[in-house]
Design a protein around this ligand. Sequence first.
Ligand code: CA
Length: 433
Amino acid sequence: MTDTTDPSLRSFIEVPPNHDFPIQNLPYGVFSRPDEEKPRCGVRIGDFVLDLRVLEHADHFRDTPLGDDHVFCKQGLNKFMSKGAAIWHAVRDRVSSLLRVDNATLRDDESLRQRALVPAENVTMHLPAEIGDYTDFYSSKHHAFNVGTMFRGPENALMPNYLWIPVGYHGRASSVVLSGTEITRPCGQTKADDAEAPIFGPCRLLDFELEVGFFTGPGNTLGEPISMAQAADHIFGMVLVNDWSARDVQKWEYQPLGPFLAKNFATTISPWVVPMAALEPFRCAPPAQDPAPLAYLTQSGAGGAPGGWAYDIELEVAIRTPSSDAPHPVCRSNFKHMYWTMAQQLVHHSATGCNIRPGDLLASGTISGPTEESYGSMLELAWRGTKPIQFPTGEERKFIADNDTVLMRGWCEADGVRIGFGACDGTVQPARI
Ligand code: CA
């Protein structure tokens, strides 16, 4: 095996500097090509998509642990995700090798190259997996503290359970959509504090939530929890997530069972799943946890994570209003600020024996950092509407307006290599009433 993240690796495919998808990244996605409608799995490199179905049919994975098993002709990466870390690594190693400048196999086989490499601008992207279940956590202590402060004051900001439990809720998988899908402003019940009865109508406090999420691997049998030592084998890769939220709907509906319609109308994800192997150089120590978590959530040395279970991923949110072509940056954050890690989220989720299945999506919760410009939602950035965000056009926003586009970006960078996540964008359309 070679190190697929080595900064000195070069591909025969030209990848411009600072591109999101150099040979060290190689994220997975599902796409259809102009000449064949049936979706299949691919890998992104530079401005091309490598068609893994073509490589699979040409027997380029037969001598790997994948063998004759066909996993890439599916609409969804679920079957590949179910194979586990050893096969993920073997396939990544093979794909990386085939794309290298010093490997003639694909480079000099014009017929295979013509079939296997498709310009990214010519493909249609699809959801990377058939998402059976989507779970959303609340793992940024800064976010929990900010929201708690607004509603209960700083003394009671964190709920008593916060430092013991990776708090989460079961989300809605059917409305997870790809970047570029238009978002319809939801309608719902809201009630003003001084009103006697609620009204039904368009949400007026529509917000984004800057998050990342991970897709799960093989998963567990019902009744058999995943341990911290096993967690790494069940985390396939990551995407950007915008967990759109209807704040006014949430405020009226959330007690006592938590958010319902405020969160179920849309969740936008980026189409390319960045494998954990590509993020390996960006592992770092998570913030100290005090009090120490209970034993089943203790992560010392867990899953062979020498660098720690946090990841140094830069994150940015910009908003483009209808009257300006230029997106205006409103937030700059980093995934490393999260209090609870992905491994702890996964282990806690399955602690009851709840079965995780290949292709489930587990999202982080709003990623707010310690500073005001690193807050991951409009609720916090404009502090409940009291500090509207000013735009260069002279406009201001407390929440998201119709026809605004919210653009999220994420990337890691070291030694001249950028591991990017691509786009996670969505434009809000007026409510249908
Ligand atoms: Ca959320």
